[in-house]
Design a protein. Structure first.
Ligand SMILES: Nc1ncnc2c1ncn2[C@@H]1O[C@H](COP(=O)(O)OP(=O)(O)OP(=O)(O)O)[C@@H](O)[C@H]1O
Ligand SMILES: [Mg+2]
Lengths: 282, 271
């Protein structure tokens, strides 16, 4: 084992007083912050009327509802449910696709390596951020008022809110692309479009495709939720059955959703693999 | 004839290339040598206009290349093909498409962007690949090739640009000895067969002496040697490369006592 010679601690203490005697304020900072956080947490519980008693009573109710759900049974509504599920899947698919199609060109404008100037990039980024800041559910309420109840409003809600998310994600993928490959195109005499088409797109397409697939998956869930507020699909059916306390139908609907999400998960996994695989990209 | 006049490139206060002047006759094979950081890459990149000169001019057949913009600039880039140390191929595109990138400046954009390549251009690309024994890999993705193979694809891409000059920036620095020979021989063949001027950055003095008919030596951005390989004396060569050792010594005095171990800790702390 190596032994370092004894350090000259007096001398070192002189030279780096901050290291040896940390000021009181910096030593108290972390405990003070923890204490503060705990205080806010307790205050929150009190303010929101958190009550263990009510939860216990609720647990009882929850157990009862679960009992009522068994066995899951669609009754005579299976065809209607299948149509509704198809509607929800279409909302997710169409909404996500539209979002991706519109986000791609905009994300180029938000990427540093395409638009180096901060002045031009900044407004695009802020624009995307503000769209993203509004949740899909709120967009659904907005569009229901604009185009009326139904799946169309759902498609628009997902398209708009994910447009913001995709714009940001795509632009980050573009910024992470290897500059050398783009430079190879430029050095051969390609113009900006060529640089994007041949230098960037092949690099970012697999990343983008993976993100789109993931969003389709998670939007199947979102499409269910916005269905509840009136954007059509299986969510609407679910809300309806909960309202009339048809618990067996509710559990059947939930199972349908679970199976659909799992199926989409499986398909998108396969597709992602195929895209990232060994073949040359277009 | 390529003429470089007082070419300077600054990054901040530092001049990466400082007042370089030379002219190169068509058909020469010129080696640019010098230690790391001497400005070799920057010099080549300025000629291809990947880097902007801060001062000076580059003239090719009387045309001021430094003033070119837009379409003319892209035409010039095609005429001064660049080969990179890291190949700079598009990894996810197949070999053939990578070579076709060399045709971009000559093909209408609607055709290239939709990948409806004219027959002649495809034939050009395939024949270039054939010359470097790469035709059988045309459909392979570029990032699945070995380094030597990738560099041959890059040379094919440069060749189909039908360039007047090939600028090779340390084309063999990431290759093994066998591939080094293959790539350097390919450049030499292009040079002799098509009369294309080659300007090649090299680290190895031996290679430079073997392949080049003229050497330009750079040190700290300045051109300190320009002549036939035979006139590069041992003395000048040592100056070109040994500077490195000198500079390390001069730049960091704490380096010397470091050899003796622990005492250096004190020296460093006191500094
Ligand atoms: N884009 C840049 N920004 C800032 N400084 C740069 C840039 N490119 C090059 N330099 C600097 O310019 C100097 C010359 O660099 P250059 O790459 O031309 O050297 P080189 O001779 O090619 O070296 P090597 O043999 O290591 O490739 C270096 O000091 C480098 O740090
Ligand atoms: Mg270099």
């Amino acid at each position: 084992m190596t032994r370092l010679p004894a350090p000259d601690s007096v001398n070192l203490r002189d030279r780096y007083p901050d290291v040896f005697d940390r000021p009181l304020s910096s030593r108290l900072a972390i405990p003070a912050m923890l204490l503060g956080a705990f205080g806010i947490f307790v205050l929150g519980l009190v303010e929101l009327e958190f009550s263990p008693a009510r939860m216990l009573a609720g647990l009882n109710q929850l157990g009862w509802i679960t009992m009522m759900m068994i066995p899951p049974d669609p009754g005579s509504s299976l065809p209607a449910y299948l149509v509704a599920l198809g509607e929800t899947l279409s909302i997710a698919l169409l909404g996500t696709t539209l979002a991706a199609i519109f986000a791609l060109p905009v994300s180029l404008l938000a990427a540093r390596n395409i638009v180096p100037s901060n002045i031009f990039r900044f407004p695009v980024r802020r624009f995307l951020d503000s769209i993203r800041g509004v949740d899909t559910l709120i967009w659904a309420l907005v569009w229901i008022n604009v185009v009326g109840l139904g799946p169309f409003a759902g498609v628009l809600a997902i398209a708009v809110s994910d447009f913001g998310a995709f714009g940001k994600l795509f632009s980050e993928a573009i910024e992470a692309a290897d500059r050398k490959q783009v430079e190879g195109i430029r050095a051969s005499g390609g113009n900006t479009l060529h640089e994007i088409r041949f230098g960037l797109i092949p690099q970012v397409l697999p990343v983008i495709a993976g993100q789109v697939l993931y969003f389709i998956e998670s939007n199947t869930r979102s499409a269910t939720i916005i269905g509840i507020v009136g954007a059509g699909g299986i969510g609407l059916q679910l809300a309806e059955q909960i309202r009339v306390l048809e618990w067996q139908k509710v559990s059947f609907l939930i199972l349908m959703i679970l199976v659909a999400v799992a199926a989409i998960d499986w398909i998108s996994g396969k597709l992602r693999f195929a895209i990232i695989g060994k073949r040359a990209v277009i | 004839m390529l003429v470089v006049e007082g070419l300077t490139c600054r990054f901040g206060a530092k001049a990466a290339v400082d007042d370089a002047s030379f002219s190169i006759a068509p058909g020469s094979f010129v080696g640019v040598i010098g230690r790391s950081g001497a400005g070799k890459s920057t010099l080549l990149r300025m000629i291809n206009r990947l880097a902007e000169p801060s001062k000076g001019r580059i003239l090719f057949e009387g045309v001021d290349v430094t003033a070119l913009r837009g379409r003319d600039l892209r035409q010039w880039r095609a005429r001064s093909a660049m080969i990179f140390q890291q190949f700079n191929l598009v990894g996810r595109l197949d070999v053939l498409t990578n070579v076709l990138m060399g045709r971009l400046a000559d093909i209408p954009s609607w055709r290239s962007l939709t990948q409806i390549w004219p027959e002649r251009d495809k034939a050009l690309a395939m024949s270039a690949l054939e010359q470097f024994d790469m035709a059988s890999l045309a459909a392979q993705r570029a990032d699945q090739l070995s380094g030597g193979q990738q560099q041959r694809v890059a040379i094919a891409r440069a060749l189909v640009q039908e360039p007047d000059i090939i600028l090779a920036d340390e084309p063999i620095a990431s290759l093994d000895p066998r591939n080094t020979r293959i790539v350097m021989d390919a450049l030499l063949r292009i040079n002799k067969h098509f009369g294309i001027t080659v300007i090649c950055n090299l680290h190895s003095l031996d290679l430079a002496r073997t392949y080049c008919d003229r050497l330009i030596g750079m040190s700290a951005g300045r051109i300190v040697f320009d002549g036939a390989p035979a006139t590069l004396t041992e003395h000048i060569a040592r100056e070109l490369y040994d500077l490195e050792a000198n500079e390390v010594m001069g730049g960091a005095p704490a380096q010397a006592p470091a050899v003796s171990g622990v005492p250096a800790l004190d020296t460093a702390a006191a500094a």
